[in-house]
Design a protein around this ligand. Structure first.
Ligand code: GLV
Length: 314
């Protein structure tokens, strides 16, 4: 349907370059698509595809009906007081997106399970230093959050034979995964996990969950993998937890401030592995297809896939 009084606003992630813009243009033929910061008349805009809101992005969008986030996490919309709440918000739901995240988690879990940091350091020193190996069943991985991302990562860890614990808000049954709930469950997971993976959504309840208070309860030398959001981690607590030996190493894909500022202490610490918020994304074709489908459904009054519940926060 070509609707002359409706315009679409896009503000896309640099990671995709032109690919996503081209896919969106192809998926919504004949539509009036505007590219941030060129919004034209803001009151024309009814639908939007947005990576992260920029200051002023929502100003004057009085007819906005639907916002589609390009990511799985929607905290940057839900926690934004200027988000136009009359609009519906959808997030990406996609098996390929979750599979890429599971690949990232498996990469780093196996990296640590097989002592790869030790062997890289030994090679740099020109030193032959074999260590005893363990079966995957001897390593316990605790996954915080068993939603779209954490659920598949936990299933794949369990399929590789890792003892897998999952911590969730609401109890669920998951073959091969020991599901824990509540504060007691979190403390049990901390006591038992050799590797802790955070895949929780960022909400006021989960902000700062990766803190000294949790780290001091971990098995000494546990590995932290944070692929949730930067503010899940109390950054000031990380290096002291490594120095104390509560943590043996950390893998961080997300940060309080992104890009991670030059000169930040994390860059130079050999116990911390850093990737630039690339643990997963949906493909350009998937994002564009999901958005076009959401626009069509919203116009037709059909149920929206990935509709965000603001009360829950994701
Ligand atoms: C990326 O961070 C996402 O939320 O998908």
């Amino acid at each position: 349907m070509l609707a002359t009084d409706m315009a679409i606003l896009c503000f896309l992630h640099d990671l995709f370059g032109r690919e996503l813009a081209d896919a969106v243009t192809a998926a919504l033929p004949g539509e009036d698509i505007r590219w941030w910061p060129d919004r034209g008349r803001p009151e024309d805009i009814t639908h939007a595809l947005i990576w992260r809101p920029r200051p002023g992005l929502w100003d004057g969008l009085s007819h906005l009906r639907l916002v589609c986030g390009t990511g799985a996490g929607v905290d940057h919309f839900v926690l934004d007081p200027s988000f136009p709440r009359a609009a519906k918000l959808v997030r990406q739901i996609d098996a390929g997106f979750a599979a890429r995240m599971a690949d990232y988690v498996l990469t780093w879990v196996l990296f640590h399970h097989r002592d790869s940091a030790h062997y890289l350091a030994a090679q740099s020193a020109g030193s032959w230093q074999p260590r005893a190996m363990r079966d995957t069943s001897a390593t316990t991985v605790g996954v915080l959050g068993l939603g779209q991302m954490g659920g598949l990562a936990a299933d794949r860890l369990a399929a590789l034979g890792f003892r897998t614990l999952g911590w969730v808000q609401r109890p669920q049954t998951r073959a091969g995964v020991e599901v824990l709930v509540g504060l007691d469950g979190l403390q049990q997971l901390a006591r038992e996990a050799d590797i802790l993976v955070n895949l929780l959504p960022l909400t006021p309840e989960t902000r700062g969950i990766l803190s000294a208070d949790l780290f001091c309860r971990l098995k000494p030398g546990a590995i932290l993998i944070n692929v949730g959001r930067g503010p899940h981690l109390v950054e000031a607590d990380l290096i002291p937890a490594l120095d104390q030996g509560w943590l043996g190493a950390a893998v961080l894909d997300v940060f309080e401030t992104e890009p991670l500022p030059a000169g930040h202490r994390f860059w130079a610490d050999p116990r911390i592995s850093i990737t630039p918020h690339v643990s997963s994304s949906a493909s350009a074709a998937t994002v564009a297809g999901h958005f076009a489908d959401a626009v069509r459904r919203e116009r037709a009054g059909e149920p929206l896939l990935g509709l965000v519940d603001f009360a829950r926060g994701y």
